[in-house]
Design a protein around this ligand. Structure first.
Ligand SMILES: *[C@@H]1O[C@H](CO)[C@@H](O)[C@H](O)[C@H]1NC(C)=O
Ligand SMILES: *[C@@H]1O[C@H](CO)[C@@H](O)[C@H](O)[C@H]1NC(C)=O
Ligand SMILES: *[C@@H]1O[C@H](CO)[C@@H](O)[C@H](O)[C@H]1NC(C)=O
Length: 386
């Protein structure tokens, strides 16, 4: 424990140096009069809204029907359907023959979901934004989407607009920004499978599902982050990503404040879009000029909740603080994931980690929020000091 304290003490000194040495940024605020064209050259020229770089720390939430089996990971459905033995055995041992993934949805009850409590926890953690899985690759939407009939949280499961309730609580109880994760693809949607069969020369799915969902999300909930994912099987032209972003930046209700990531089609991540996420848990360990984000998860093996996780599967508070400091020193933001349970609880182990981070930030936050990377990112003699 003494060792940990000493190490964290050094981390504090290094990052305070970072904060004091660099001069104020001259990043221009969003230019409201600019009209962006549907080309990457034009879209990439949009300055990232300043709030995002200043925020540094966000909370990521993976919540959906996969939270019901809460076994393996949020990729439960496809891993099972592709006959990964661990998942097949889990189903054979615990569920009757013929049980479908859709059958899990009725047990997504969320009876203890209190979004005000969640909002208070995220505020206490010191995070400045929240990103909720509005829809993961399973296709189930956490809001009453008109294009996800009978496969959304109002029609089946909790019978509540889980997303809308969190957006309201975050906005009314905290000063955090509210954002959404959205998977462009649905693994098993018939229209998606059909488009895939045509090698994505047809666009039935994207026109009737993905893009209408994104418009619903933006118009109904005004998210200030759109964290796109599930893009990799098809090119950006299939997803009509550039056209969507031009609308988002020019005409949407969040055009001046919204930030997006880079997962907008195969070959696009780490090259185009808003901030770079490149790969999951991206942490280059060196200064990156383009704004980037390290999305990582406190359960090292899963983003969705796992009932059978062991204590050693979770990052310790010291490991979390180390990851935060290293990321911020190299110009990144960190998006810290926790998986809520099917009944709407954020497990006490996650709560403890988040509140510990908040205590650390109460003392050291001046070296984190709104800081700019210094010339050097880590100590030349002492390893692990950033
Ligand atoms: C959009 O395209 C027009 C015509 O090519 C060009 O004049 C304008 O500068 C472009 N706008 C942006 C923001 O790239
Ligand atoms: C998985 O196993 C089932 C039953 O043996 C089979 O019908 C199905 O085709 C398999 N799926 C894949 C993707 O291999
Ligand atoms: C800084 O961190 C990087 C990445 O972890 C490492 O490769 C490098 O050796 C470190 N530099 C020093 C001077 O410790």
């Amino acid at each position: 424990m003494a060792f940990v304290r000493w190490r964290l003490g050094l981390l504090v000194c290094t990052t305070i140096l970072v904060h004091l040495v660099e001069s104020e940024s001259t990043t221009p605020a969003s230019q409201t009069n600019v009209q962006y064209n549907a080309t990457w050259e034009s879209l990439d020229s949009r300055p990232l809204p300043q709030w995002y770089d200043e925020a540094k720390i966000g909370i990521f939430l993976h919540w959906g029907v996969f939270s019901v089996p809460s076994f393996g990971s949020e990729w439960f459905w496809i891993n099972w359907k592709e006959n990964m033995s661990k998942y097949v055995e889990f189903m054979d041992n615990n569920y009757p023959p013929g049980y479908t993934y859709q059958d899990f949805a009725r047990d997504f009850t969320a009876e203890f979901y209190n979004p005000d409590d969640w909002a208070e926890l995220f505020q206490s953690s010191g995070a400045k934004y929240v990103v909720l899985t509005s829809k993961h690759h399973e296709g189930y939407t956490l809001w009453p989407s008109a294009v996800s009939f009978s496969w959304n949280s109002v029609d089946v499961g909790p019978h509540r607009d889980l997303l809308g309730e969190l957006a309201n609580s975050i906005r009314s109880k905290t000063d955090l920004k509210f954002g959404v994760y959205h998977s462009l693809m649905d693994w098993f949607h018939p229209l998606y499978l059909r488009d895939k069969f045509t090698l994505f020369t047809e666009q039935m799915f994207v026109k009737q599902k993905s893009i209408p969902e994104l418009h619903e999300l933006v118009n109904a909930y005004n998210p200030e982050v759109i964290w796109s994912d599930g893009d990799w099987e098809a090119p950006d032209s299939y997803w009509t990503a550039k056209e969507f972003l031009a609308w988002l930046y020019n005409d949407s209700p969040v055009k001046d404040t919204v930030v997006v990531n880079d997962r907008w089609g195969s070959g696009i991540p780490c090259k185009h879009g808003g901030y770079y996420t490149c790969t999951d848990r991206y942490n280059p360990g060196v200064l990156i000029e383009h704004k980037w984000e390290n999305c990582m998860t406190l359960d090292k093996a899963s983003w969705g909740y796992r009932r059978n996780a062991k204590l050693s599967d979770y990052l310790t508070t010291a490991e979390l603080v180390q990851e935060v400091v290293e990321t911020v020193s190299c110009g990144g933001n960190i998006l810290i994931n926790v998986g809520p349970t099917k009944d709407g609880i954020i497990a006490p182990i996650f709560e403890e980690r988040l509140r510990d981070l908040g205590s650390w930030l109460k003392v050291n936050g001046e070296a984190i929020y709104s800081s700019k990377p210094w010339t050097f990112q880590n100590d030349t003699i002492t390893s692990g000091v950033w």
